[in-house]
Design a protein around this ligand. Structure first.
Ligand SMILES: [Zn+2]
Length: 71
């Protein structure tokens, strides 16, 4: 009945200012906020752990003993 409350496109709020994001600038509300986010990235606002140590988890590679190479 009241399709005003129906949020078909549940757009997440802009992570920068909190306004509803626009599909065109997802996940931001505007190109400006996207630019702000980009600046944060460049300035090191986000620290991405680039250690591969965390990637390999649980799967330990056992040291394979050298096969006796007899001639
Ligand atoms: Zn915004």
């Amino acid at each position: 009945m009241t399709d005003d409350t129906t949020d078909k496109s549940a757009a997440k709020p802009c992570p920068i200012c909190g306004k509803p994001a626009i599909a065109r600038y997802r996940p931001f509300c505007s190109s400006r906020c996207a630019d702000v986010d980009l600046h944060r990235w460049l300035s090191g606002g986000y620290s991405i752990p680039g250690s591969t140590d965390e990637d390999e988890d649980g799967d330990e590679v056992p040291l394979v003993p050298r096969t006796p190479d007899e001639r």
